[in-house]
Design a protein around this ligand. Structure first.
Ligand SMILES: [Zn+2]
Ligand SMILES: [Zn+2]
Length: 230
């Protein structure tokens, strides 16, 4: 636990980090049961869609998609999901990642026999500032649940990019162009890229492109995904 989260724990002992009511764990059962994980999913990227068995507008419009499918647990369009991800991102609360255990049944439905898990890398300067990469925390938990190998140094982020928040889909793509570099190939032919939030998909797509060029198949997993109206 980093110092910031330690302080948080000292200030709020035994209180739910979401609703602040007393609880044994970090998140109370009431808040846990209300996290949105049941929704119709886009047949390609897995993001929430309003109609069953449909494809989101983003997937329909994307002409050069380099990943095959995506999987996600939460709908990001929810205050508590946003808070949870913020806690994981900025306070390194590894215990919060354990919430994924509650969704192990769902995670085990990811239809892959074997794959190499690749957490979306951060630029080394950004890691130095934050102290850790939240995608690595999520990837390690996913490995624990579904049992695939992880490669931490197959992909490197070589460009320090602007924050994606607030950028249009087109700006995101330009921002990320050439941001990643392939350092080595894993033994597995299938790749499972792991990130915290899936929005336009430009980060995942940029990394998937590297493996696609090597004739490998890419999938991704994100803790949450933003919905898109069809
Ligand atoms: Zn609560
Ligand atoms: Zn989609």
């Amino acid at each position: 636990m980093n110092p910031a989260s330690e302080i948080l724990f000292t200030i709020f002992p035994s209180r739910c980090v979401l609703c602040n009511r007393p609880t044994d764990g970090l998140v109370c059962n009431d808040c846990l049961s209300k996290l949105p994980s049941r929704f119709f999913r886009c047949r390609i990227c897995g993001r929430p869609v309003p109609v069953k068995n449909s494809i989101c507008s983003n997937c329909l419009e994307e002409k050069s998609r380099f990943f095959r499918r995506g999987f996600t647990i939460f709908n990001y369009n929810n205050e508590n999901v946003k808070k949870l991800i913020e806690f994981i991102k900025f306070y390194e609360m590894p215990q919060l990642i354990n919430i994924m255990d509650k969704y192990s049944k769902l995670l085990k439905t990811i239809p892959l026999k074997s794959a190499c898990i690749i957490p979306v890398p951060m630029h080394k300067k950004d890691i130095r500032m934050r102290g850790y990469n939240q995608a690595v925390l999520i990837a390690k938990k996913l490995k624990q649940i579904i049992g695939f190998n992880i490669c931490f140094d197959c992909v490197e982020k070589i460009k320090q990019t602007k924050h994606q928040v607030g950028l249009t889909a087109k700006e995101r793509k330009t921002n990320l162009k050439g941001a990643f570099r392939l350092l080595k190939l894993p033994r597995q032919q299938t790749i499972l890229i792991v990130d915290d939030v899936f929005t336009t998909g430009s980060t995942v797509n940029e990394i998937a492109k590297l493996f696609y060029k090597e004739n490998m198949e890419c999938y991704f997993f994100s803790l949450a995904a933003t919905p898109m109206a069809n």
